[in-house]
Write a protein that binds this ligand. Structure first.
Ligand SMILES: Cc1cc2nc3c(=O)[nH]c(=O)nc-3n(C[C@H](O)[C@H](O)[C@H](O)COP(=O)(O)O)c2cc1C
Length: 384
């Protein structure tokens, strides 16, 4: 299978599966526990039907949007994800370049494999820096200062990962950083030698956002221990309010799911919230963001930019979320499989296909700008 034969999410996923050693594919593909939330994320869009309007003159469609003060050409962005160098040797460089080409925002994870400074310098499009809350308050302050100095526009604190999710696929294969593969997991690498050649012939794997704090050589702190030992489960609203104040720019919280928390985010001065269950990788049984969206938009949508992520695979998924009141949506696996399948050309093809789908869907709905999308065009199926 070749890139030109990839026409949708499922095609990219298939190609990524061919290219990646099993444990790495499963790290991207998997969710927590029984993966109920992971499955529900996409399924929830199917509970919602579209009611189009016709004969409205739809030659030109404008997909641009302003979110958290950032002007984007598209209402979808690449949500921050960890360890991209493992999926393709160009990692974040490929994703950032593709996002910039399509005029949209790119999130750099604190577990990213390219430095936020390098990425900030390489492209003009808005950049998010995503981080976790550490026990070491000095480290939190230093990370924010580093992002500020680099010129990052939006700070994002992920609040749904105060401890690592129970990802049983990773336990089975032994996927961890540093690798602790089981024999079966090791065999999966042996049968994908092309990945290994790319991996060893390119620059060394690093976590430049955390270099001084996480040692991948098997020594001080593995990623598992990073979550269990370095993050601070005592984090509370006062701590975050202090960070929002000291950032003094657009600050958003990723992983908000309840209206009460959404209101608190408004009160402490956040510019945005992202409804997210981390792609079903943290709390299994957590509600899909799309199912929770209307309630949150009704609670705070006039005071803060509400975004969502999880399960987005199609233009119609984006259209439904925006019709319910989301300002923009985040992509995760929808760009990670294309990255693994073909690097930057893969991510560009995925963004291009999604843009074309959304544009076509807007025309079929009788809308020429995102502001025309509304709940009047949606009907929800009653629960079975
Ligand atoms: C492989 C992988 C790694 C991720 N790493 C991070 C991360 O470092 N920080 C973070 O806030 N979210 C992370 N996420 C969650 C994504 O930002 C996003 O919330 C999620 O992927 C959306 O669901 P989707 O994959 O169904 O689109 C990760 C997701 C995946 C699949």
């Amino acid at each position: 299978m070749r890139l030109s034969q990839c026409h949708n999410f499922h095609d990219f996923r298939r190609l990524a599966r061919c290219r990646l050693p099993g444990p790495i594919f499963d790290y991207i593909d998997g969710g927590a526990d029984d993966e109920v939330t992971h499955r529900r994320n996409t399924a929830s869009f199917e509970q919602c039907d579209l009611v189009p309007n016709v004969l409205r003159g739809v030659q030109e469609v404008d997909l641009s949007v302003t979110v958290m003060g950032q002007k984007l050409a598209l209402p979808f962005y690449c949500s921050p994800t960890a360890l991209q160098r493992l999926f393709h040797h160009r990692g974040e460089r490929a994703v950032a370049a593709a996002a910039a080409r399509y005029g949209t925002m790119f999130g750099v994870s604190s577990l990213g494999t390219v430095s936020l400074e390098e990425l900030r310098k390489a492209h003009d499009t808005p950049q998010i820096y995503q981080f976790y809350f550490h026990r070491d308050r000095g480290l939190n302050r230093a990370m924010m200062q580093r992002a500020k100095d680099a010129g990052v526009e939006v700070m994002m604190l992920t609040v749904d990962s105060i401890t690592g999710g129970n990802r049983e696929r990773d336990l089975r294969t032994g996927f961890s950083i540093p690798f602790r593969l089981t024999l079966a997991g090791m065999l999966q690498f042996v049968i994908k030698p092309q990945w290994g050649i790319q991996y060893v012939t390119h620059e060394r794997f690093r976590l430049p956002q955390l270099d001084e704090h996480v040692d991948m050589s098997g020594g001080a702190v593995s990623i598992g221990r990073y979550f269990s030992e370095m993050l601070d489960p005592s984090m509370n609203w006062d701590d975050v309010a202090e960070m929002v104040r000291s950032w003094n720019g657009p600050f958003c919280l990723k992983g908000i799911m309840s209206p009460a928390d959404a209101r608190r985010a408004v009160e402490i001065g956040c510019a945005g919230i992202i409804l997210s269950n981390h792609g079903g990788r943290q709390l299994d049984g957590s509600r899909a963001a799309f199912d929770q969206l209307a309630e949150i938009v009704d609670a705070v949508g006039d005071r803060i930019d509400v975004m969502m992520d999880g399960g987005i695979q199609r233009g119609t998924h984006i259209l439904k979320a925006l019709s319910l009141g989301a300002k923009a949506v985040g992509l995760g696996r929808s760009y990670l499989y294309p990255l693994a399948a073909a690097g930057q050309p893969g991510v560009e093809r995925a963004l291009c296909l999604l843009r074309a789908e959304l544009e076509r869907d807007m025309k079929l709905m009788g809308c020429t700008s995102l502001g025309q999308l509304s709940r009047a065009n949606l009907r929800f199926k009653s629960a079975a």
